[in-house]
Ligand binder design. Structure first.
Ligand SMILES: CC[C@H](C)[C@H](NC(=O)[C@H](C)NC(=O)[C@@H](CCSC)NC[C@@H](N)Cc1ccccc1)C(=O)O
Length: 326
């Protein structure tokens, strides 16, 4: 089998949400596909009404195929301080025409305020490695982990776009979605992420600096977070830029012309256009950068600002990750 699903950007490409059908009869929810985590969780009827407002949600008792995964709970925390927790049902989950009949559906009993106010999604689908799934006392598998047996090849691809719909494909690589050739990097999944070493960076037309940068590819993170020294070198080329404590990162005059950012993957030079690095208006006539420091995170993150400039192959079989111009 193979499948494809549309990925729709929220405002400012903050996240990319995809329709996922859960249960019988199916309820279709927009979920945030997240290669930086490994829990599939949904807003549910078990939430207090105040936390459900503005959201669609899963009601296990309305699904004839739902079965309580008794004794199992989940509780996840994210890098931005948000989180959710609840209990677990086994039910049917269909994405892009591919159905997993016995998927662990993590039903939220409580979600943090960030999720209540983010009405673009009604939950997340984790596409990282099973080792960081939070279900307890037993881990549960990701949807992709369960779907792999049906797929011709253990791959999914991300074809995210700036300001318009893109798509995720499962089980195949569509050569019409990229140009040139795909360059692969070996994945170190020890931390449960799609983690690899980038080979260096360049700012605009400047010289490429060869250095190993430990990064994760995270479709669930909006911006690019790199070591402070690299970020400083980038904004040194943006007149009027400053690292603003009040804004929470680097800002600059919205009229600034931003240089591109090149990230090395092996010998491949992945270029993020300068326009992608003006993320969104801040206050007044200042704008917030799509590249920020990884200080306090512990590793670097290639989030959507980077990923939407590329075609990305996530191969869980090896594991390896591939990039080509999108
Ligand atoms: C370090 C961050 C926390 C605390 C750490 N959790 C993680 O790493 C989790 C799995 N992943 C995440 O917090 C991040 C990756 C952090 S790299 C350190 N990715 C997923 C995140 N963007 C999902 C999200 C989407 C929309 C809104 C909010 C959040 C932990 O549990 O230890």
């Amino acid at each position: 089998a193979q499948g494809s699903v549309t990925a729709s950007p929220s405002q400012y490409d903050g996240e990319y949400d995809c329709p996922v059908t859960v249960g019988t009869p199916g309820v279709t929810l927009p979920l945030d596909f997240d290669t930086g985590s490994s829990d599939l969780w949904v807003f549910s009827s078990e939430l207090p009404a105040s936390e459900r407002s503005g959201h669609a949600y899963y009601t296990s008792s309305s699904s004839s195929t739902s079965k309580l995964d008794s004794g199992e709970t989940w509780d996840i925390s994210y890098g931005d301080g948000s989180g959710a927790e609840g209990n677990i049902y086994i039910d049917k989950v269909t994405i892009g025409g591919i159905t997993v009949t016995s998927q662990a559906v993590e039903a939220a009993e409580s979600v943090s305020s960030e999720f209540v106010s983010d009405t673009s999604n009604d939950g997340l689908v984790g596409f990282a490695f099973d080792s960081i799934n939070t279900a307890s006392p037993n881990h549960v598998q990701t949807w992709f982990g369960n779907a792999e047996a049906q797929l011709a090849s253990p791959v999914f691809t991300a074809n995210l776009k700036k300001g318009k719909a893109g798509n995720y494909n499962f089980g195949y690589i569509d050569s019409s979605e990229y140009t040139g050739s795909i360059t692969y990097a070996t994945i170190n999944s020890a931390n449960g992420f799609w983690e690899f070493s980038a080979s260096g960076y360049a700012v605009g037309s400047g010289a490429f600096s060869s250095q190993s940068i430990d990064v994760i590819a995270d479709t669930g993170t909006t911006l690019i977070y790199l070591p402070a020294a690299i970020v400083k070198a980038y904004y040194a080329k943006v007149s009027g830029s400053s690292n603003s404590a009040s804004a929470g990162g680097y800002i600059f005059p919205c009229s600034a012309t931003l240089p591109s950012l090149t990230i090395g993957i092996g010998s491949y030079k992945a270029v993020v256009p300068g326009t992608f690095l003006n993320y969104a208006p801040n206050t007044g006539s200042t704008c917030f950068g799509g590249l920020q420091s990884n200080a306090g995170i512990g590793l670097s993150i290639l989030g959507d600002v980077f990923l939407k400039s590329q075609f990305v192959v996530f191969n869980q079989g090896v594991p390896k990750i591939g990039f080509a111009p999108g």
